[in-house]
Design a binder for this molecule. Structure first.
Ligand SMILES: [Zn+2]
Ligand SMILES: [Zn+2]
Length: 126
């Protein structure tokens, strides 16, 4: 099958919807390249950028070397293992007033916030 442009993007989005590991662009590329022969890491990045712009996926940046991506776009907080780098969702209600509090302290119009909890995951703890 010949995959081009939007078809590649569709497959990236499908894979992101199926996986909950908040993968990197590299992981998506390695996973899909067998299925999509003309795929390159550059096209994966380009498609991810478009999907982020379309609001279909989120990009997670928290100072690690690689950006991570996910298709779960409802607001939620994250756990990050400082030992193995695993990123997980935490099922915890959003702090609804925190945006308004931050707004009172600044001239910013706050639209969203993110929280990352850093620590050691259960697997690394043994
Ligand atoms: Zn870990
Ligand atoms: Zn998440």
């Amino acid at each position: 099958m010949n995959y081009r442009g939007s078809k590649q993007r569709e497959r990236i989005l499908e894979l992101l919807k199926k996986t909950h590991s908040h993968p990197t662009a590299d992981w998506l590329y390695m996973t899909l390249k067998g299925e999509i022969p003309n795929l390159s890491l550059g096209t994966v990045y380009r498609n991810l950028k478009i999907l982020v712009e379309q609001g279909l996926i989120l990009k997670l940046s928290f100072g690690s070397t690689f950006d991570r991506f996910e298709a779960k776009i409802a607001p939620h907080y994250h756990l990050v293992c400082e030992n193995c780098g695993v990123v997980d969702d935490i099922n915890m209600p959003q702090f609804s007033q925190i945006n308004a509090k931050a707004e009172k302290l600044t001239l910013f119009k706050i639209v969203r916030h993110q929280i990352y909890f850093f620590g050691i995951c259960d697997k690394c703890l043994g």
